[in-house]
Ligand binder design. Structure first.
Ligand SMILES: NC(=O)c1ccc[n+]([C@@H]2O[C@H](COP(=O)([O-])OP(=O)(O)OC[C@H]3O[C@@H](n4cnc5c(N)ncnc54)[C@H](O)[C@@H]3O)[C@@H](O)[C@H]2O)c1
Length: 304
């Protein structure tokens, strides 16, 4: 396992001339933050915050949007990587590229698609298997003080009694097609127009379960793992889903509105930072209080 130095508060140098200037700090060992879905709303917003402390690797499937995102990031230390998280080899290439840039402090995995963006199988392959690919490719690169942060969804907060295919969850790393088939088979029990939504909810339930499942092995090397579950946020995805539940979920949340991108980016950046060094093995629900004021049936029907 690679040892990632934990950032520490250092005493100020006695001679101010010894204090590092900006250029020194950049050329010193700066750890890397990898952001998947880096061209998307949440990905780019959190990358902007992370770029203040880290070299950033922005990964996304959309090459044009990726180039645009890198320009908007306006940082000297940003690198782009074309990557389809549903493709294991593509993710391995991303990990290899990122590891050549020095120690990895954080992997923020935001890449995902919503019910209006794909059929149930693609949704499961991107959201659920994508998360497995990221964990497998990066876990040996994560060391003490580092963090793997997976973006799930409030839709993944299924009630405990909901029949999820846990047997397939447990073998997701070795039998990925079994996971895909098991989730699709559960989703096919719903009426046709609700299948993509149920596949999405199950894929995100898996992300929450799997992140928790990784807690022990990563903790053994001092690394943390979390999932973050957004409610309705004002991104491209949020807008696409507006008329398909996300808008209603936002209106019926306790705060009665969409979350702003900065309101999720700051949570992601904080959760991945050493400031939250004892936070691991849990999900952070950021839904404007929607699940607190709605029944789970309402939330499941509306959440994205
Ligand atoms: N916006 C919301 O309201 C909301 C709510 C709950 C959960 N989420 C989750 O938050 C995450 C980020 O969503 P967002 O709102 O920023 O959406 P977005 O559509 O703005 O960004 C998603 C990014 O992921 C990329 N992507 C999609 N498939 C990919 C793949 N196979 N490989 C690599 N990159 C891929 C897209 O190109 C896009 O740049 C997603 O996982 C989503 O499911 C969003």
């Amino acid at each position: 396992m690679r040892d990632v130095r934990r950032p520490t508060q250092q005493d100020p140098p006695e001679n101010p001339a010894d204090a590092p200037n900006d250029d020194d700090r950049v050329s010193e060992e700066r750890s890397t933050a990898v952001v998947t879905g880096g061209a998307g709303g949440m990905g780019l917003a959190v990358a902007r915050l992370l770029a203040e402390r880290h070299r950033v690797v922005l990964a996304d499937l959309d090459s044009e949007a990726l180039q645009g995102a890198a320009l908007r990031l306006d940082s000297r230390e940003v690198e782009t990587a074309l990557c389809d998280v549903a493709d294991e080899t593509s993710v391995e290439r991303l990990a290899s590229l990122a590891s050549r840039r020095g120690p990895i402090a954080a992997v923020i995995h935001t890449a995902g698609i919503s019910p209006q963006m794909g059929d149930p199988e693609r949704i499961v392959r991107v959201n659920a298997l994508g998360t497995v690919h990221i964990a497998i490719a990066f876990r040996n690169l994560l060391g003490a003080g580092s963090c793997l942060l997976n973006v799930a969804s409030s839709a993944g907060h299924l009630p405990a009694a909901f029949p999820v295919p846990r047997h397939a969850y447990r073998v997701a790393e070795t039998q990925p097609d079994r996971l895909v088939n098991a989730i699709m088979s559960r989703a096919s029990l719903a009426p046709v127009r609700q299948r993509a939504g149920l596949a999405y909810a199950l894929s995100k339930h898996f992300v929450i379960w799997y992140s928790r499942h990784l807690t022990g092995p990563l903790g053994a090397v001092g690394a943390r793992v979390l999932s973050v579950s957004p409610g309705s946020f004002d991104t491209n995805m949020g807008r696409i889903e507006d008329q398909h539940g996300a808008g209603e979920l936002a209106r019926r949340s306790a705060l009665g509105r969409y979350g702003a991108i900065d309101e999720i980016a700051t949570v992601l950046a904080f959760a991945a930072s050493p400031s939250s060094g004892y936070l691991t093995g849990t999900d952070i629900l950021v839904d404007g209080g929607a699940s607190a004021v709605m029944t789970w049936r309402d939330a499941l029907a509306l959440a994205r």
